[in-house]
Design a protein around this ligand. Sequence first.
Ligand SMILES: [Zn+2]
Length: 250
Amino acid sequence: MYIDTHCHISKEEYSNIDKLIEECNLKNVRKIIISGCELNNIDEAIEISNKYETVYLSLGYHPNEANKITDIDIENLKNKIKKNKKVIAIGEIGLDYYWSKDNKERQKKLFNSMLDLAEECKLPIVIHSRDAFQDTYDILKERNLEGVIHCFSGNLENAKMYTSIGYKLGIGGVLTFKNSKLKDVIKSLDLKHIVTETDSPYLAPEPYRGKQNSPINIPIIAEEIAKQKNIDIKEVERKIENNVKELFQI
Ligand SMILES: [Zn+2]
């Protein structure tokens, strides 16, 4: 089966979620992990995951929320995580210096409190890191957690540093873009370090670049990984299924 380890599904973006999940099944995309990472979308993500057997959840506060989140919000989130069996990871959490550089300390504080939560709940993490490689790496290195660097877009050295401390890399539509530097990174990386994701509704793969993305496109990404590594797509499918099983226990 194919697996989308990271996407954002909401009624606002997708008018017919029943149909979307049905189409995923037809394309053999049989596990979908939705990321609920903003104060105002976590409850909807929980609701959707409860409705569909194939939908799982990662919950956590995104760094772009850092100026808003209070201790009470963190307590509320913890209760929701403990109450919901579909929650299989904490995320997406991390640092984003692309959107905001003037609140680095607040972002780090939120990130660390999310890592504390992951340790307490014994769950893997899903990391968002944009223009913040070194700080993200330094913080993760101090912990003994496992997880995915979602939408990985760094160079081979960054990839090796993350994988050496036990993280997998989430690979999505960017890999299919013309001149994507990720192609060379993937060639040199063992499949055991890779999981597939779409980050829907963003980052649609070619030939749909710029359009609304959907978990249905996961086979396109798997096919590009197979092409770059010059292996059979079945091998990609099988190994990534294993990686996901091992990390998220699903
Ligand atoms: Zn995301």
